[in-house]
Design a binder for this molecule. Structure first.
Ligand SMILES: [Zn+2]
Length: 323
């Protein structure tokens, strides 16, 4: 047996760059088949029984209609007559990357990889890594819309320098809380449901706190907060139960009762800190991804995170429009 690997190593050494790439693709595709059951996105959709909605009229019950010239399953809409493949209108529609590379991008994004790390681990260029990161983000853009918090709900705010604004103004951020900072409204309940919404710059008004949270809090919930006036107004407006602790890092009572939301804020701070080149305009997309992964990790014992995310992506109808 020992001479077999040596032969293989010699063979690999003898390959030119093009053949070596072919070999790498073959190995990547095989690993992908072993893990997910297919090495093409069509195959994955077939396995998961995905029936695409009509990209023109949105009707959800298309009929099978043979195959496209590329050999993909083709569908026909009984409503408007449009013919389309399962990939039409999805983030995979004009994908040039092999599936195993897309899967690898998603896998490393589950660990909050920087753009550079995505490039290195997936063997792709900087623009491709950028494009795919935003394609993946687009699949969770509306994910937070359905988040509902109930029971005990902790709320707080945190601030990040508005890098876009400061770049335009060409100066360093002012010290302390100011309009140079983007306010992010944060909420978490005892079931670890999480909501993270970028609001406008500076300290949030009552109206902005309401706009961010109102639709996401179940009637009868208890709001646990740090006495901020805008929080009190939200509690009154929605007729919620009020539980407040004056913010004071030296008060053990405050620290104990606000621990959950304080921890959440520090996780978010660490997460955002990894993407130092991020534009403030994209902050919400990054936050959506954070919240989505937070949920996936919460349920990880039931469902391995990477596989769940790959499935989400394949079945997602999110479309990334190049800005
Ligand atoms: Zn249609």
């Amino acid at each position: 047996m020992p001479d077999v690997p040596i032969d293989l190593a010699r063979l690999v050494d003898s390959l030119d760059e093009c053949d070596l790439q072919t070999l790498e693709d073959a190995v990547g595709s095989r690993r992908c088949r072993e893990r997910y059951g297919a090495d093409k996105i069509d195959g994955l959709l077939e396995i998961w029984g995905h029936v695409p909605p009509c990209p023109r009229c949105g009707l959800r019950e298309p009929l099978r209609d043979g195959a496209t010239p590329q050999g993909r399953a083709r569908w026909k809409c009984p409503g408007c007559g449009k013919r389309f493949s399962a990939l039409t209108g999805t983030i995979f529609a004009s994908a040039k990357l092999p599936l195993y590379k897309i899967v690898r991008i998603v896998e490393v994004m589950c660990h909050n990889a920087s753009l550079r790390l995505i490039e290195l681990t997936c063997g792709i260029s900087h623009p491709t890594a950028y494009l795919w990161r935003h394609k993946v983000f687009s699949t969770v853009d509306s994910w937070q819309e359905k988040v509902v918090l109930s029971g005990r709900v902790w709320i707080d705010e945190m601030y990040f320098n508005d890098t876009d604004l400061l770049h335009d103004l060409g100066r360093k951020p002012r010290r302390g809380l100011s309009k140079d900072q983007v306010c992010v409204v944060v909420a978490i309940d005892a079931f670890k449901n999480v909501l993270v919404v970028a609001s406008e710059n500076g300290k949030p008004s009552t109206g902005r706190i309401s706009a961010a949270l109102e639709a996401h809090i179940m009637p009868g919930s208890t709001i646990v907060h740090d006495c901020e006036r805008a929080h009190c107004a939200l509690v009154r407006k929605l007729g919620l139960v009020d539980e407040r602790y004056r913010a004071n890092a030296a008060d053990p009572e405050y620290l104990l009762h606000m621990e959950l939301v304080n921890n959440l804020c520090s996780w978010i701070r660490r997460y955002v800190g990894r993407f130092s080149c991020m534009k403030s305009a994209n902050l919400q997309s990054y936050l959506n991804w954070f919240v989505y992964l937070f949920r996936v990790r919460r349920d990880e014992e039931k469902w391995p995170a990477e596989e769940r995310v790959v499935r989400h992506l394949a079945l997602s109808e999110g479309v990334y429009l190049r800005k």
